[in-house]
Design a protein around this ligand. Structure first.
Ligand SMILES: Cc1ncc(COP(=O)(O)O)c(C=O)c1O
Length: 418
């Protein structure tokens, strides 16, 4: 360890995550070090047990059976929604379960966008968005003759509120859709301010909270976004479950995204009426066991306390930034201070391709991601085709970062750069 940053966090939860009992593929085998929580998180035993228990002992379809077992399934699914809504300060009726955050954003682009964005209108996003918060708007704008405009990312990896004001002053922006935390730069955006300015200019706002909700206290009411979307599998929950919180008036005014099954109130030969919120946006059999797992995941995070989660990850991020400075030729993207960023760091190393960096890290038993991180427009702004990315979860420890840096230094030797 360097003596610059002292990691003071007291969180010690690795033992709650059974995957860390296995060995990595390193030669010789060693413990598994997982620094890819930005892609997906590992799952605590309580989540695995909750999903298994639901499927073993309470499984039935929801909202259709009168028998006791079906009512147990109803209670489990609806209870999960209550927990998930409470976790982010939202209401049960305006919390829609989707497959993932990508589907949640598509839902808004289709159901809200197709009724509210037309010729001469604009959608405003940032250059640092994940493809999930770019492509649905591209498709919408192309279809409706609207313009897709971007807030630029500056040298520090941030966006300018002055540019936001200038864009809003043009009077044509209908939607402002921004990420809460960049999955590449780590930047934490001032989303409450952005949503307030969008609202004052008569625009609707959407926040992609995929990289925020698992890592910091998020109160969707306080942020004031019209739509706030996130994804369960990055928040210690199972895959196949995402969340869309929406403003009630907007959700009520919108047509369904997909039709059939649970979203129906009644059907006649030529028409149908829609179920109440939130079911209107949940077509077909929903991801029941996945919702149950996510409900337990957010309860697990709540028991730790999201402020403690953030403090732990902030301290580890400061340590990660400090230790990456020990690697010659390493160029970090995004803000230099841990306070300005979530728990991740993307970087390049002169003379090594990011895929080689990830491969050499894996030889040291350390899982990190390499590639464009589904943010190809941002890669263009950064002037690279790819970066390597280390991202932190509640279970990480300072030793994980030491192992990464050791592997990076060893990798430089393999490349004859040492
Ligand atoms: C900021 C951001 N938005 C959206 C997504 C897409 O998440 P999902 O694949 O769960 O829909 C990701 C995942 O990497 C992300 O980091």
């Amino acid at each position: 360890m360097t003596d610059g940053v002292i990691v003071t966090s007291e969180l010690d939860v690795k033992a709650d995550f059974p995957i860390f009992a296995r060995r990595s593929s390193a030669r010789p085998p060693r413990e598994l070090i997982y620094l890819d929580s930005g892609a997906t998180s590992q799952k605590p035993q309580v989540v695995i047990d909750a999903v298994a228990d639901h499927l073993s002992s309470h499984n039935a379809n929801v909202h259709r059976g009168v028998y006791a077992l079906a009512q147990e399934a109803d209670a489990a699914y609806d209870g999960a929604r209550r927990r998930v809504a409470a976790f982010t300060g939202a209401r049960r009726e305006t919390t829609v379960f989707t497959k993932n955050v990508t589907e949640a954003i598509n839902l808004v682009a289709y159901s809200w966008g197709r009724a509210n964005v037309g010729q001469g209108d604009a959608v405003l996003i940032t250059q640092m968005e994940h493809h999930a918060n770019i492509v649905p708007w591209q498709v919408l704008c192309r279809e409706r003759g609207a313009e897709l405009r971007y807030l630029e990312v500056d040298e520090r990896g941030e966006v300018s509120l002055d540019q936001l004001d200038a864009e809003l002053a043009r009077g044509d922006v209908r939607m402002v859709a921004v990420t809460h935390v960049s999955n590449v730069l780590g930047t934490i955006l001032p989303v409450a301010e952005i949503c307030a300015r969008a609202r004052a200019a008569g625009a609707v706002s959407l926040v992609d909270g995929a990289q925020a909700v698992p890592h910091m206290a998020v109160d969707v009411e306080a942020i004031g976004a019209d739509f706030y979307a996130w994804t369960g599998h990055k928040a210690l929950g199972p895959t196949g479950i995402g969340v869309l919180h929406g403003r009630r008036e907007l959700l009520e005014s919108m047509e369904p995204f997909m039709t059939g099954g649970d979203m129906i109130a009644s059907v006649d030969f030529q028409g149908a009426t829609w179920n109440e919120l939130p079911y209107k946006f949940e077509a077909g059999t929903p991801p029941i066991a996945e919702a149950v797992g996510l409900g337990v995941a957010v309860e697990y995070l709540s028991q730790i306390g999201m402020d403690r989660v953030r403090a732990h990850e902030r301290a580890l991020t400061a340590y990660l930034l400090e230790r990456l400075g020990d690697v010659p030729g390493l160029r970090l993207t995004g803000p230099p201070e841990a306070d300005a960023r979530g728990g991740l760091a993307s970087f390049t190393i002169e003379g090594m391709h990011p895929h080689d960096i990830a491969e050499l890290a894996d030889r040291g038993g350390v899982c990190i991601r390499a590639g464009h991180h589904c943010a190809q427009p941002l890669m263009r702004c950064l002037g690279v085709s790819a970066t390597a990315r280390a991202s932190i979860g509640v279970y990480n420890e300072p030793g994980d970062i030491d192992a990464l840096v050791d592997a990076l230094l060893a990798g430089r030797e393999v490349f004859g750069l040492a």
